[in-house]
Design a protein around this ligand. Sequence first.
Ligand code: GLY
Ligand code: MN
Ligand code: MN
Length: 481
Amino acid sequence: MKKVLVVLLLLATAFTYAQDLPADFLSSEFHKERRDLAREKMPVNSVAIFFANPVRNRANDVDYIYHQDPNFYYLTGYTEPHAVLMIFKDEQDGPDGSYNEIIFIQPRNAMAELWTGRRLGVGGVKEKLAFNQVFNNTEFEGYNIDFSKFDKVLFYDFFNDVRDTRTEGDLFDLIASFKRKAGYPTEGVIDIESKANNLDMETLDQIMKDLRGIKTADELDLLRKAVDISCIAQTEVMKAIKPGMSEREVQGIHEFIFRKYQSEYQGYPSIVGEGHNGCILHYIENYKPQISSDKMILMDLGAEYHGYTADVTRTIPIDGKFSKEEKAIYDLVYKAQEAAIQACKPGVNIGRDLNNAIAKRIINEGLVELGIIDSVTQRHLYYPHGLGHHIGLDVHDKGNYEYLEPNMAITIEPGIYIPEGAQCDKKWWGIAVRIEDDVLITEDGFELLSDLAPRTSDEIEEMMKQPSALDAFVLPDLDKK
Ligand code: GLY
Ligand code: MN
Ligand code: MN
């Protein structure tokens, strides 16, 4: 009887699961094609091993929301933990015929699913993710494989920070089994320069950079959606923001709009910094209780949609009007950004051609003109970061940086940050501006993906005059209860 109930529970969850899922995820054909392309790039007589991301504990019996490792997701579409994927360069002989890939996943378990959610299980992975060789993770320990027969065993090195959940077949056990089977040293870390064994922790990353750095049409559909959502959120905040709101409330408006459009997560912790808080490049406390009418606010937020994350920054005057100094700095950052965007095309290098020769040069010349630095060669920290990076499944996505190529998706994000006490006239202190846009490299140039969010100082001021539906959204004042 108990068995019947468990089977019924599993069947019921499988049925409702299919009905509840959005229909626009990447297809199993996409993931399969990515595995085939990875295999093509693998060296002769090699095997590649990928592990799912670990579950991280937040406190006591509450874990952080699980997020799959982007490489693992890219190659499988599997979003659950405690799994290992192996891709073989050549066909392997098995009892039921040959195979060139195999995945071990967490088993179905009615009680666990009652508490923490549905699992695909072996049947679901075969059917939905189009794998042939699928086993429960508890079977990995007994899986008979001789790693010494391969010229190369490709994997990412471990940081030894995976927690033992004391469940048979969990990630802790999978890694331990792999290390034992592959002859990974039990003491210390492996000498990656040593060619004395077949363990290779370098090649795989280059393969994944080559693949993930160039987006397919299906990936771009999702990325465009993430970017559009993020831009609409920036635009709505321009209408809704008021002096006296908290940084957290501004963050909340962005993230509410992300959710309205079914974005599952933030692609990275949201950065919302008023005034000099914007000088902290990755300021994520967002704690200031009341933002001030005489300051700007720097807002760097990206919606993640079905795995793909935008990365869009807007810096706006809280009262809707840039002061003379704010506008001078803002327009200078814009000028540098716009020139760099216009120069985006295949063959150029982000660091040398777009940043050093264009964005940094324009910023330095402008800072001299404004009297903030003395000469264009003066060393300073007003623009302390790079110009851009790949975006995709990671906000700082895998990809190559030597030359831009068609279908690379990158950010262009210059900034100027003048902290309190800087060696310049104090009228500039506390001004922090970053403008960050998402750009797709095309065959002969670029497409600006983030064009839904106003970007020039005039466009921003115009948008900020618009009313917001949130103007009428008034909640009880808890202090007056
Ligand atoms: N949001 C992080 C970055 O701009 O790189
Ligand atoms: Mn960025
Ligand atoms: Mn950013």
